[in-house]
Design a protein. Structure first.
Length: 628
């Protein structure tokens, strides 16, 4: 991965913004520590920071200009199937000066224009400039693996890989109140909004065509939702197809001119990726993270089983809660838009340690959203096909309410889950989906914020993912929504920011669009049953997954926020970021609600107060950085 930024001026030359573009490039240095440069031509300025992965020579540095000087590109990502088109372009008479995928992409865009997007298998965000026509094409990959922000006013359109680079151009920084309300429900911001008014995220599978004073957004890709009236493969055929598609996807993602490996958590997804990658890479590097202070979340014994079976060159990083705490400041410093998934701390430390031995890592991200792996999918399934047990859990809601709940022990977390299930059980499918996707309810965010919020706009933002046109009693509709809400807004954002903070490229074989399209053509019964999640994925790769791992419960990882907030971080909360004086001077929050959270965090029944306080800490740190 790399960092890109640029400016298209509608009525003046771009060189006027040289200092600002240079500053923007500087903010992206961790995304690309190996080389940086800028290019100014007429009204277009381009900037790039490079993480060298394919063709590490200077010949592949960017911005990349064609042999005629009429076209240029800045590219962040990987074009995995670029070799399929290189010979075609050579036959057209192109004389390549590098071995990079960037150069192939540039000439493919010159030849085919926007339609070249349909030919790319990869993860990317890029800007392609045609100086003859004075046009610029911005595009983002199908799944939203690589980010792209943009800002537009009457004078210019600015784009960048991260918001901090947009800020370098001194754009107005007015908080979007409606986005802030959504943030305090989800603990992250979905792809159709940003924390700053008039700064936007280009949606996955979309592009912007800029021509003189006009810009036009269009979609070139959309996941095709499951249709029960369309013919689909039988179960045995589907198993074989999934295996073949994922195998091809992994093989594509092993192209690299720098050290490469796999994240290996010991779960099903990373085990499958490791098993497939080891077919093509002798002594494959694998990396896992273990937690010395919490055996419940430590799965390194299972990653060792996989590493031994596939004879990988395995590295195990054992970290403590203090290690995570010590990294907290660097994580908060790198985040340039509020993002409060606390597991980012673990991804950051894993990325930092992996980068000591590799520049590229394959991960299992996306499998849960494709194959119904999360606990909440079982909850949706059990609600649709409810029996006596589910009805009893719902009736006992008043009991769950008073029992101690938290995420930090097995029993307290079970009570928390029962409480969440019983609350969601009472709702219609449309509202239930949003409730189970959220940390804070709408009532909570309404009471927390002491600012004007247009609830109609919030409703429109929500309906982008929770359209009543979708039947949210159907699991495939929930998976489709999660691909756009949770995967794009939370999971991929977390991995991109934390890996790039450490100059590590992470590749996601499960998100190859050929596999995604195929899996969404299959009925939900292939993916989830009353007793099993990820059914077809497990059955497709049963021979590659050690028996000890095949039916291992999904743990995830919980950062010990509750312990920190009660001890090491209490002064930061009580005397600084969430102090009564600061909150009242800030005039954004209702202090009485924050006071209730501070009381709850110290109580015997903290519930989700730690996650809510973490969202506040992240926002307050961000606010102090950019507004004081």
């Amino acid at each position: 991965m790399c960092g890109i930024t640029g400016i298209y001026c509608f009525n003046e030359t771009a060189i006027k913004y040289r200092d600002k573009l240079d500053a923007a490039v500087n903010t992206l240095s961790k995304r690309g520590p190996d080389h940086n440069d800028t290019l100014f031509r007429n009204n277009i300025g381009l900037g790039h920071t490079r993480l060298s992965v394919i063709d590490t020579s200077d010949a592949a540095n960017q911005p990349f200009i064609d042999n005629t000087g009429k076209y240029a590109i800045v590219f962040n990502g990987e074009f995995y199937n670029y070799k399929e088109y290189k010979n075609e372009l050579i036959n057209d008479g192109i004389k390549f000066k590098s071995e990079s995928d960037t150069e192939v992409l540039l000439y493919l865009l010159i030849k085919y224009g926007k339609s070249a997007l349909e030919k790319i298998n990869g993860c990317f965000a890029f800007a392609f400039c045609d100086y003859k026509k004075n046009t610029c094409l911005l595009a983002r990959d199908r799944m939203g693996i690589n980010p792209l922000y943009y800002y537009q006013d009457n004078e210019k359109l600015i784009f960048a890989s991260e918001m901090k680079a947009i800020f370098a151009y001194n754009v107005p920084k007015k908080i979007d109140n409606e986005a802030l309300k959504i943030y305090f429900q989800l603990n992250y911001l979905p792809v159709n909004c940003s924390i700053i008014k008039n700064v936007f995220k280009l949606e996955p599978g979309s592009c912007i065509e800029i021509n003189n004073n006009n810009s036009e957004i269009s979609r070139y890709y959309e996941i095709h939702q499951y249709n029960p009236n369309e013919k689909h493969d039988d179960y045995e055929t589907a198993k074989k197809t999934i295996r073949d598609l994922l195998d091809c996807s992994v093989k594509r993602r092993l192209i690299s001119d720098v050290p490469l490996g796999c994240f290996l958590s010991g779960g099903i997804d990373s085990t499958i990726i490791t098993a497939l990658a080891s077919k093509y890479t002798k002594n494959l590097n694998t990396f896992s993270i273990g937690f010395k202070d919490d055996d419940y979340f430590d799965e390194t014994e299972y990653s060792q089983i996989v590493a031994r079976r596939y004879n990988t060159n395995h590295t195990e990083f054992k970290v403590t809660n203090d290690d995570l705490l010590n990294d907290l400041e660097s994580v908060l410093e790198y985040i340039d838009e509020p993002f409060a998934d606390s597991s980012a701390l673990a991804v950051n430390i894993l990325s930092k340690l992996t980068r000591q031995k590799a520049t590229v890592a394959l991960s299992g991200d996306g499998a849960d959203e494709l194959f119904a792996g999360y606990n909440k999918y079982a909850a949706h399934f059990n609600t649709k096909y409810c029996g006596t047990k589910e009805k009893l859990i719902s009736v006992m809601n008043p009991i769950w309410k008073v029992l101690p709940k938290s995420r930090n022990s097995k029993s307290a977390n079970l009570i928390r889950q029962l409480d969440r299930f019983s609350e969601g059980f009472k709702l219609n499918p449309f509202d239930r989906y949003w409730f189970w996707a959220s940390i804070g309810s709408e009532n909570y965010s309404n009471s927390l914020l002491n600012i004007n919020v247009d609830n109609e706009i919030c409703s429109k933002l929500r309906h982008r993912y929770c359209s009543e046109n979708n039947d949210f009693s159907e699991i495939n509709s929930i998976l489709y929504a999660d691909m756009h809400l949770v995967l794009e807004g939370d999971m991929l954002t977390k991995v991109d920011r934390m890996s790039m903070a450490n100059s590590l490229e992470v590749r996601t074989p499960f998100l190859d669009h050929t596999l995604v399209d195929y899996v969404f053509s299959l009925p939900a019964s292939y993916k989830i049953t009353a007793n099993q999640r990820k059914k077809i994925l497990k059955d497709s790769f049963a021979d590659l997954i050690p028996q000890e791992i095949l039916n291992l419960p999904k743990h995830g990882f919980e950062v010990p926020l509750l312990k920190w907030f009660r001890n090491e971080l209490w002064a930061l909360i009580n005397d600084d970021l969430l102090s009564e004086k600061f909150i009242k001077e800030q005039e954004i929050f209702n202090y009485s609600i924050i006071e209730q959270l501070k009381t709850k965090i110290k109580s015997n029944n903290p519930s989700d107060s730690a996650a809510k306080i973490w969202a506040l800490i992240v926002f307050q740190t961000w606010w102090k950085k950019y507004y004081i």
